[in-house]
Design a protein around this ligand. Structure first.
Ligand code: THG
Length: 797
């Protein structure tokens, strides 16, 4: 697709110098002391409710104000100004009942910015000015539940976001913006929806614009609000061809610096930073003056941390003038060049955290993909999903991660289940459990709609399991391209129009063909391709099946030598289907098989992570029998193994993951148990533990005051120290709520009035502040902690 000519101009400039972005919009608007009529104008006079504080409406009602702010920033030296459209999506504008004006507002905002920009470019053609269309996070988050008691609930879906962003970007494009800046991002799923919307618009217009993404950190632990580490968030958007990635808002320049240093290490694109003028003080004002901010910005320049720099909340034209003069004085010294695409040959995935396959590869270790969240692979999981016992189903996921699973395979394919619904629900549950959401997900289905439903729930970089040539090349390529735009890696199963590739020759033929198609036609990076050359059941009694294990191992070796960069995976437990019922023998077979397959380059396997058998653990005679079955595959060796199986039965069987996990904490005194349950957010044992506690503490309120609050205080402390992050805290809040609900009847019975109310909290989002998500979350947490919360809403004077 032809890129906007602006893209090449901007790229050329970035090779030579740092670009200056403008500063805060909200604080500048406040200087005009505007009244309700200014926001309303004649255009919105008929709308009910207050309009005051709706800064984006001013693009229509007081374009002179907005243009004069833009002009002040251009005069201060900004190369790029942002449109005044942070909240101009149908989602955010719904607060004002202004959904139908979104297109008009974006277009007007782009045009008025462009007009003033062009004026300054004409005045000094050596310093061309650009307009970046500002795309905000919206006031809803796709990865978190706004309802603590319903973790699977979402206030907004991926599709809703994509549609809303598409409309905004389309209008900004028509208004003439030079780039799209997705900013103040705190949920990567929202960002991915915006990126896909941009792709939709560019495809439709036949022309693309430079894309910039800027995250905002929620705490000093370096995570965004939705719980991802900065690096994990970055990995999640690495599929997009970004001009820049960076940080804005947050806590001011000083606190942002360590994270820019991290970005410098990992970003193979340009880096942007536009911090607040410090943290707001108790009056909602920002304390950093241009003078106090200057040394912090100088450090950025000295360390080569940024390519694009400006200011966010609280910064003014004076701040930008200061930045521009520092940049001018600094010149091109130590200019940061784009990091090389170093890790690009490695598969890098993310959940809330990053999983880099490189370490495993270097140590010849298998990446462990947990197989148990599969309705076809675990009777227990099937039953729990059917009965909608998601919390227990989630325990299976948690158990696998505890046992060392680095990725979780999730499959809900079953004739009696609504697959799209169940995939969505279960993945949303998984997202609510930080110990699980830490790892990347492998969405496993033979139904494309279920796969896509899964991808719409995952903010991390996931794996699609799987696509194949079963329905021909067009279908294969179309799906591959879609997966790429969701930013996921791909399992390509060795399956073509003729069926499943079962022999060595067929496996390598189909994989080679898929590799060519994926890399040459769909533009998939080899590191994002994982081949599955089919692990099929051996020792079935059918002679042609006897070579299956060896065929897989040989195909693995061939792929690793001939299809550079691609990975190999397989579903290991398939191998031993004919020995169902004899878990020990099955596990021994898997262990021996993996021992050989890993040596030939197998990178990852879908396995039962609780099995800890090592090659050396297996008695020599059995090992030899299994190796004969794998490598010599005579009917004779199969028979000998069957005989061995019959003689040894299931005596040595190991237990299943979900039954086993360490429950040591259950032996501790009740106070400890409750505290632990709160901090970890485990609700399963509250009934019995609170029952025990009631025997010791006759007054149920004192259990809350003394025991539960002690746990909550610990949570608060850990959060303050950056050792817990938001999804974890939300989980503890849910547990607290559950505990309080269990105690409630006892409290009422002991008729202690409302002694248990911790207090009354009055909340409001102040005039001029657009971010009310923090308040909403705090309200929920406080409500869970038995506070009475009164919320006055947004834009409260
Ligand atoms: N390749 C790819 N994906 C896959 C497979 C593959 N996904 C599914 C499957 N194969 C891998 N997963 C499993 C999971 C469980 C079992 C086998 C493969 C299994 N389960 C026990 C059984 O059926 O005997 C059930 C035990 C129980 O109910 O607890 O063996 O090859 N890309």
């Amino acid at each position: 697709m032809p890129q906007n000519i602006v893209m090449s101009i901007i790229k050329n400039i970035l090779k030579q110098r740092i670009l200056i972005l403008d500063g805060g919009m909200g604080s500048m608007i406040q200087r005009f002391n505007l009244q309700e009529e200014d926001y309303r104008g004649t255009q919105f006079a008929h709308l009910p409710g207050t309009m005051k504080g709706n800064g984006d409406a001013l693009n229509i009602t007081r374009p002179d104000v907005i243009q004069s702010i833009h002009e002040q920033y251009l005069l201060a030296g900004a190369d790029i100004i942002e449109t005044n459209t942070l909240n101009s999506t149908t989602i955010s504008m719904a607060d004002y009942g202004m959904e139908q004006y979104v297109r008009e507002i974006n277009r007007a905002a782009a045009q008025l910015a462009k007009e003033i920009c062009d004026k300054y470019t004409k005045l000094n053609p050596d310093k061309p000015r650009f307009v970046a269309g500002s795309i905000g996070p919206t006031n809803k988050t796709a990865s978190l539940s706004p309802d603590v008691s319903n973790p699977a609930f979402r206030g907004v879906t991926f599709d809703e976001l994509r549609t809303a962003y598409r409309e905004q970007i389309d209008a900004l494009f028509d208004g003439g913006v030079d780039a799209i800046l997705i900013e103040t991002s705190f949920d990567t799923l929202n960002v991915k929806a915006a990126l896909m919307a941009a792709e939709d618009v560019f495809a439709q217009k036949g022309k693309s614009l430079p894309l910039m993404v800027s995250f905002t950190l929620a705490g000093k632990n370096g995570r965004i609000l939705s719980g991802q580490t900065l690096e994990a968030a970055f990995v999640s958007v690495s599929h997009a061809n970004l001009l820049s990635i960076g940080l804005n808002c947050s806590f001011g320049a000083r606190d942002m610096k360590p994270f820019l240093q991290e970005l410098k290490r990992i970003a193979p694109c340009y880096i942007s930073a536009y911090p607040n003028a410090g943290l707001p003080n108790s009056l909602g004002q920002y304390d950093e003056t241009p003078e106090t901010m200057a040394p912090q910005i100088q450090e950025y320049l000295d360390e080569g941390l940024v390519n694009i720099i400006g200011g966010c909340c609280g910064t003014t034209p004076d701040h930008i003038a200061m930045i521009a003069s520092l940049v001018e004085r600094h010149g091109a010294r130590g200019l940061r060049v784009k990091a090389a695409m170093t890790d690009k040959n490695e598969l890098v995935l993310s959940g809330l955290e990053v999983l880099n396959s490189q370490l495993s590869t270097l140590n010849s270790q298998l990446l462990i993909i947990g197989e148990r969240c599969n309705v076809a692979g675990s009777r227990k999981f099937l039953r729990l999903i059917k009965e909608k016992k998601y919390e227990e189903a989630l325990a299976i996921a948690r158990g696998q991660v505890d046992e060392g699973a680095q990725i979780l395979d999730v499959n809900v394919d079953d004739g009696l289940l609504d697959g799209m619904q169940e995939m969505t629900t279960f993945l949303n549950w998984m997202a609510s459990e930080p110990d699980v959401a830490r790892v990347p997900v492998m969405v496993d289905s033979s139904d494309w709609n279920i796969i896509e439903a899964g991808l719409k729930c995952l903010q991390g970089k996931s794996i699609v399991n799987s696509i194949s040539l079963k329905n021909g090349e067009d279908d294969f390529l179309q799906k591959a391209r879609k997966i790429k735009s969701y930013g996921a890696a791909i399992i390509a199963m060795a399956f073509d129009e003729q069926g499943q590739a079962d022999t060595y020759e067929r496996k390598i033929e189909v994989c080679a063909r898929m590799f060519r198609l994926l890399t040459e036609k769909a533009g998939i990076h080899p590191a994002d391709i994982i081949f599955d050359p089919n692990i099929l059941a051996i020792a079935t009694g059918i002679e042609t099946h006897n070579t299956y294990a060896l065929d897989f191992i040989r195909a693995t070796e061939w792929i690793k030598t001939n299809l550079p960069g691609a990975k190999v995976s397989g579903g290991v437990s398939n191998l031993s289907f004919s020995f169902r019922g004899n878990n020990y023998l099955r596990e021994a077979m898997h262990t021996v098989f993996l021992y050989h397959a890993i040596q030939k380059g197998m990178d990852m396997g879908i396995v039962n992570p609780s099995v800890a058998l090592t090659y050396e653990d297996i008695p020599k005679d059995l090992r030899k029998l299994i190796e004969e079955v794998i490598f010599e595959h005579t009917n004779d060796s199969v028979e000998k193994l069957m005989e061995y199986a019959q003689n040894h039965g299931d005596t040595l069987s190991s237990t299943q993951t979900e039954e086993k996990t360490g429950f040591l904490w259950r032996n501790h005194p009740v106070e400890e148990r409750l505290k632990y349950a709160l901090i970890k957010g485990i609700g399963d044992y509250l009934e019995e533990d609170l029952e025990d506690a009631l025997k010791i503490y006759p007054n149920p309120v004192s259990i809350i005051d003394q025991v539960l609050m002690a746990g909550m205080n610990e949570v608060g402390k850990l959060f303050g120290e950056g050792k817990m992050f938001l999804p974890q805290v939300v989980k503890t809040a849910r547990t607290m709520k559950k505990a309080v609900a269990i105690l409630q009847p006892h409290i009422e019975a002991s008729r202690s009035d409302d002694a248990a109310k911790a207090g009354k909290i009055l909340f409001a989002t102040v005039k001029g502040d657009v971010h009310d998500i923090g308040k909403n979350i705090t309200s929920v947490i406080l409500a869970c902690n038995n506070y009475e919360v009164i919320d006055l809403g947004v834009m409260v004077p």
